[in-house]
Design a protein around this ligand. Structure first.
Ligand code: ADP
Ligand code: MG
Length: 269
């Protein structure tokens, strides 16, 4: 390499950092070598560089979105056993995982069912699939978010805190029913629901469908108004199945758990 080429290479390095072109920065040396060796026309080299920048940017965007979403790890649609919840159609869930039909109009998804039935798993798995499609998602336990919003209300910045959540196309509120009485009284949850109504989607999981929601909001009129807004454009998945954890434990005990003494006696007779 002669001196001018060396200086050019160093300048390019600096310029690419300054211009924030991480994809080009990563690939330029290897691509330039191929281009030189194979005698690529300049246009082809430029196109390849630009394409690489696109790929790298979308990879980084996906990683950013995955990190900000705070999904519980390891819960994917592939790992979800649809046979365990026969009332939930795999095709319907796959359609929801595309996002367009509901997230664009701010529709909601409500998952009801007893503990251990797979509500949180399904919610997180949908979140993951949607992030892969480019949507922005935020997963939180409902009580945690309510607590944050309560603090924001105290500091007189509730509106801004709710507006900040607008960047998420989907807000996953896990375990709505665990909101406590004192949390209900501040009605921040109601304000969140009202603010997102028909604009931004929510996925809510709860053990109880509506019956017990009286304790989540300070009075009945507000409970009804909240439910009204939530269900107006909503898909409801009722996951009334036995606890998956318990079922798994029982099956394990049945399979491998036979007492060894009995096994030995049988084997020797
Ligand atoms: P819920 O939120 O309804 O209480 P979870 O989603 O936390 O239930 O499920 C409990 C455990 O069982 C989790 O580890 C979850 O991954 C697993 N699980 C539940 N349902 C299924 C399913 N249909 N397929 C695979 N794993 C499941
Ligand atoms: Mg759960």
């Amino acid at each position: 390499m002669n001196a001018t080429v060396k200086i050019d290479a160093a300048r390019v390095e600096l310029l690419l950092s300054e211009l924030r072109l991480p994809g080009i920065k990563l690939i330029k040396a290897a691509l330039a070598e191929t281009a030189d060796k194979e005698g690529w026309p300049a246009a082809r080299f430029l196109a390849a560089l630009a394409e690489q920048e696109m790929v790298e940017r979308s990879r980084r965007r996906f990683e950013r979105h995955l990190e900000e979403a705070r999904l519980p790890p390891g819960k994917t649609l592939d790992a979800f056993d649809f046979d365990a919840v026969p009332m939930v159609s795999k095709a319907q869930v796959q359609a929801l995982a595309a996002g367009d039909a509901w997230l664009e109009k701010g529709a909601n998804l409500l998952c009801f069912g007893p503990p251990g039935g797979g509500k949180s798993h399904l919610a997180a798995a949908l979140g993951m699939a949607l992030i892969e499609k480019g949507w922005r998602v935020f997963f939180t336990r409902t009580t945690d978010l309510v607590q944050k919003l309560q603090i924001a209300r105290r500091d007189l910045v509730l509106e801004a805190a709710i507006a900040k959540l607008d960047k998420y196309h989907l807000l996953i509120l896990d375990d709505l029913a665990y909101v406590t009485k004192d949390q209900a009284e501040t009605s921040v949850l109601f304000e969140l629901i009202s603010a997102r109504y028909e604009r931004r989607s929510m996925l809510i999981t709860a053990n109880q469908p509506f019956g017990e929601w009286g304790k989540i909001f300070p009075h009945q009129a507000m409970t009804l108004a909240a439910i009204d807004r939530l269900v107006h454009h909503a898909t409801i998945l009722e996951m009334n199945v036995d606890s998956y954890r318990r079922k798994e434990a029982v099956e394990k005990a049945r399979g491998a758990g036979r007492p060894p003494t009995r096994a030995t006696i049988r084997g020797s007779s």
